[in-house]
Write a protein that binds this ligand. Structure first.
Ligand code: SAM
Ligand code: SF4
Length: 328
């Protein structure tokens, strides 16, 4: 193995978030409220061979988990091939995806068979009308059938992401808790993050996860210990519940201390942080296998400049217009 990816704050990187497209068919109010607008030609997204070289270089430097994301990653016709390619890479133990669930019902079994190990589905509300209002799509029931299909396909746990939105879904905690009582779902509440193109939505709808945290602790939920390749969620379990609750609170001080992930965008740029930077070009070093050493060298020198924090709490939104652009 080449040298493990590490930054100047002694953080080691086990986890790659690989965006494969920035196209999406939903219009989530906090992400693409006006729908997807092409910023680059679709043909410029990394092809299977280029993605393979990214995954191989990261695996050779200690990455054990890859999350395939976007945009909506399942809109790519070669999505299953990308899963198979990643699963076949030595050293990669977990292959996760984040999806809006639109294609899950039909394809959960194919993706499982191709080697997908973990699924995150975004469900911002359990009320079909509110789901429609938040995502712009009347697809609540289709997405829920997709989650059932994932269990039928053999995924032991499904993670569900819900962005916390004041006055929209913030009153749904009892319904969400009831939903996971007997289901192996890890429900992850994500605090709304302010991005470059976001207007008044943040001021109007941002709500901290602290009140949920307090409620959980007061009601017998216990915080679990983090594993090395886990994300930044604080995860809580309860003896009476099959499901778990995760809280992702990026505005919390010290949120970045446990950062263990790097991102590569759909056009082959390395991003140190969701909220960092313009990205470091990798694509010129993804054209043949012989370039791996140079590729790893470029990633390592970029890591030397990874900042300690995203400074979101100081109103910094970085260069990211919306999370679909570099892979949320
Ligand atoms: N389209 C897929 C989906 O929605 O699951 C994958 C990409 S999406 C950008 C990844 C995750 O980022 C979703 O769970 C979404 O809810 C979350 N997200 C997007 N914009 C966000 C924001 N401004 N603040 C917090 N979470 C956000
Ligand atoms: Fe699409 Fe996901 Fe963004 Fe919603 S959050 S618009 S589903 S990329």
């Amino acid at each position: 193995m080449a040298v493990q990816f590490e930054d100047s704050f002694n953080r080691k990187f086990y986890y790659l978030r690989l965006s494969i497209t920035d196209v999406c068919n939903f219009r989530c109010t906090y992400c693409l409220p006006d729908g997807y607008k092409p910023t680059q030609k679709n043909s410029s997204f990394l092809g299977l061979d280029e993605l393979h070289r990214v995954v191989a270089a990261f695996a050779d430097c200690g990455t054990s988990k890859v999350r395939i994301t976007g945009g909506e990653p399942t809109l790519r016709k070669d999505f299953t091939d990308i899963v198979s390619m990643t699963a076949a890479q030595k050293g990669i133990e977990k292959i996760a995806m984040t999806t809006n669930g639109y294609r899950l019902e039909k394809h959960a079994q194919h993706w499982r068979d191709a080697g997908l190990t973990n699924i995150n589905v975004s469900v911002d509300s359990l009320d079909p009308r509110m789901f429609h209002e938040i995502t712009g799509e009347n697809k609540f029931h289709q997405v829920m059938r997709g989650i059932d299909a994932a269990f039928d396909a053999g995924f032991e746990q499904v993670k569900v992401n819900a962005v916390l939105l004041k006055d929209l879904n913030s009153g749904e905690l009892p319904a969400f808790l009831n939903w996971i009582k007997d289901k192996p779902i890890q429900l992850r509440f994500i605090e709304l993050m302010q991005t470059g193109e976001m207007n008044s939505l943040f001021e109007n709808h941002h709500v901290s996860g602290v009140s949920i945290r307090n409620h959980l602790i007061a009601n017998g939920w216990i915080m679990k210990v983090r594993n090395q390749s886990d994300g930044p969620a604080e995860v809580f379990c309860h003896p009476d519940y099959t499901g778990e609750i995760g809280l992702i609170m990026p505005y919390k001080k010290d949120f970045c201390d446990s950062c263990n992930r790097l991102r590569v965008s759909a056009v082959g740029k390395l991003h140190m942080c969701l909220f960092g930077d313009y990205g470091v070009e990798l694509r010129d070093l993804l054209q043949n296998d012989a370039q791996e050493k140079a590729l790893i060298g470029r990633i390592q020198s970029a890591l030397a400049s990874k900042k300690q924090s995203h400074f979101l709490d100081q109103g910094h939104t970085g260069m990211t217009p919306h999370l679909a652009s570099i892979g949320g």
